[in-house]
Structures are given as C-alpha cells and as structure tokens.
Write a protein that binds this ligand. Structure first.
Ligand SMILES: *Cc1c(COP(=O)(O)O)cnc(C)c1O
Length: 374
C-alpha cells in the first residue's frame, strides 16, 4: 500500500469546476493584482478568523515581515519567539534587522512556554511572536498578560492554524496581528504562494495596506518604504472557493486524529510512541500535522522503515532554530533550550490529510507496531 504524507489531487478534483470557473472570471477581467476578488477574500478571512480586519499578502513569510515593518521594528530591537517553528518565523525577524530571542517550548503543546518568556525581556524587546504549531494554539492568555505588562506587540504566527481556537477564540483574533500562509500544503492552500495578516486595530490595518504596496499613501506618493506584498486575484479566487470547505476538512483531520489514537491504543503502542496532546486551553486543534514522538534515538530508523513500506512521513523540524548555522552569531548553543532540542530528535509527522482513508491509517499503525516489535 502507498500512503503519501499529503495528496492534494483528490481535493482539487472534488471542486475543480467551481475553481476553474472562478479563475476564468479573473482571466476575463484581466485584473490580476488586488481588486475585487482579493477584497472579497479579505472580508471572508477576517470573518472566519473572528478578526475585524484582514489584509491579503504574498505569503505567510511576508505576512510576518509586513507586521514587523508596520510596527517599525528593526535594528536594535529584540523579538521573542520559539526555537521550534518553521524557519520563516525567525527569518522574518532577522530580515527586518531585529534580533530574535528564543524562549523554550512547553512539552505538551510544543508551543512557546509562557513561563520562559519574561526572563528574556530587556529594554530592547518590542514584540512576542507565538506560533500555533501543527494547528494547535499557543497559550495566549499568559502571553497577552506579559505583553500588556511590558507594553509589547503580539504577532500570532497562525500559518499552520487557520480556524484553530484558544478557549473558544479563533487564532488571529487575540494578538495585535495574526499571520497566515496559503502555501499549498497548509490547511487552506492556494495554487502558488499567498498569505494574509489579520489586525485588531483599524489604523494598523490601514498601514498594512499601505506597506504592502511600497508604502504608497496616494498614487506615487510614499510616506513609508514598504514593499511588494500584494496578493494576486487568481490566488484569492481559488481561496474563496476553498474556504467554504475548510471546516469540513478540519473536521476530517480531527476525525483522522481520533482514529489514530484508537488504533495506537488498540495496538498497545502508547508506551513507545507518544501521541500529540491537546492542551486544555486548545478548544479547536485543526491538525495541520499529526506529530508523534519516538524516543531512544529510534525516530530516524522508524521513518526509514515506514518509507521502505510506502508510507510518507516528515520531520518538522530536525534542528532547533537557535542551533542553525545562519544564526551562529546570536550565540545559541546546545543546552540553551532543552525541550526544543529533545523534541527535534523525536518528532515525526504521519499522514493526516482529510481524504486519507481508515485503511491507510490501519496500515500505518500496523507497520509502526511491526517496527516496535523488532
Ligand atoms: C508555512 C509557515 C510560514 C511561512 O509561510 P509561507 O507562505 O510559506 O511563506 C511561517 N510560519 C510557519 C509556522 C509556517 O508553517
């Protein structure tokens, strides 16, 4: 049997006619950049995220960069974030000239541990970027309380978590900004690169729109230096259609996660394989990934064994960001963030996409059981 980590073809075929029709409309209009399709998507995403405002941008990476730019964060400033995330979270901080400062993660949610944040705050700290990793929200109440106490901006990296909820609140509606990615493999993906920033404040939303178009406040009048962060209409057209199905996909992912839990319990594997845990505050985990932990240095061997048996797996992420070569001058060393460092050696994602079948999961768990018996 062949079980890919992700297969987007089934999803596409199930709504091909709708999407192609919508894309053709864009072609006929010959309006490719911003315009009515992008505005429509922005109001739909704002509503979906329970945020008052949304600005469509070029990618999730640029969503993070533009939020930092609007805040004027740059050289001499520090931004606190997690060392266990996709590179772009930290890349954005460095790209605007600021210094990333890491706080270790909590072993239950794999998200930034609020108890580790305050000790990292200095007079230079300007913002906190919590990441809602794998589709589960970070613990936002204590993060917001720390931010309020120290007058810091909070930028939620929700690139893996659109529709995820923290105590009943959608991510992207809690911090000052919420950043989202529509990269094809995200839960809501377009046919290329795309992203969005939600904002709670109207003035900041207006600045986001100015900054995404080279800081133009009027035609060829520039009050700021922004960039080209414009979302295109073809991607917005695809996303407006797909957004209608997002809840059904998230529910399918939750169902698939519950099925995995049942199968692992039935196979008696819980002692050897740690399943992802849902934190008490996480009221809607949308399972962009279903990540297990394999202890005793056996992760890579299990991954290879599954690959040899036609099962696609991935390691998100194999190296804690404070140990990356490109951040060497920040002085990070082994032992700085022990939870993140341990998890990078144990974590592994299993196929969980909405269209994956019960038979696929039965096969995956059967093969994991076979490996564990060896
Ligand atoms: C995917 C991702 C990004 C970047 O999004 P792109 O659209 O690929 O630029 C940023 N942060 C996290 C946590 C992500 O998973």
């Amino acid at each position: 049997m062949n079980v890919p980590l992700l297969d987007l073809k089934g999803q596409y075929l199930s709504m091909k006619d709708e999407i192609v029709k919508e894309m053709l409309e864009v072609c006929e209009s010959q309006r490719f950049i911003l315009g009515p399709k992008v505005e429509k998507l922005e109001s739909e995403v704002a509503e979906y995220c329970q945020a008052p405002y949304c600005c469509g941008v070029t990618s999730g990476s640029d969503a993070l960069i533009i939020a930092l730019m609007v805040e004027g964060i740059g050289a001499g400033d520090e931004v606190i974030t997690t060392p266990f995330t996709f590179f772009a979270t930290v890349g954005a901080i460095v790209r605007v000239g600021a210094k990333p400062v890491f706080a270790d993660i909590d072993p239950v949610s794999f998200n930034i541990d609020p108890a580790k944040i305050e000790e990292k705050i200095t007079s230079k700290t300007k913002a906190i970027i919590p990441v809602h990793l794998f589709g589960q929200s970070a613990d936002m109440d204590p993060i917001m309380a720390i931010a309020k106490k120290h007058n810091l901006i909070v930028i939620e990296d929700g690139c893996q978590a659109i529709g995820s909820e923290y105590k009943g609140k959608r991510v992207g509606s809690i911090g000052d900004y919420g950043c989202f990615s529509f990269f094809p493999s995200k839960n809501l993906g377009c046919f290329g690169d795309g992203g969005a920033v939600t904002a709670l404040d109207e003035e900041k939303y207006k600045l986001l729109k100015i900054f995404r178009n080279h800081g133009q406040s009027g035609t060829y009048i520039h009050d700021y230096v922004g960039g080209n962060f414009r979302l295109d209409a073809l991607q917005a057209a695809v996303l407006s259609i797909k957004l209608r199905y997002l809840d059904s996909w998230s529910e399918a992912r939750q169902k698939n996660a519950a099925h995995y839990r049942k199968l692992f319990a039935a196979a008696g594997l819980e002692g050897q394989i740690a399943l992802p845990q849902e934190a008490a505050y996480s009221t809607r985990h949308i399972y962009n990934q279903f990540c297990i932990c394999v202890a005793d240095g056996k992760r890579d061997a299990l991954k290879q064994f599954l690959a040899d048996n036609g099962i696609g797996c991935a390691v998100y992420y194999p190296l804690s960001l404070h140990l990356q070569n490109c951040f060497k001058e920040l002085g990070g060393k082994v032992g700085d963030h022990p939870v993140s460092e341990r998890i990078t050696g144990e974590i592994m994602a299993l196929p969980i996409y909405p269209e994956s079948t019960d038979e696929m999961r039965e096969y995956v768990v059967e093969k994991i059981a076979e490996f564990c018996k060896k």
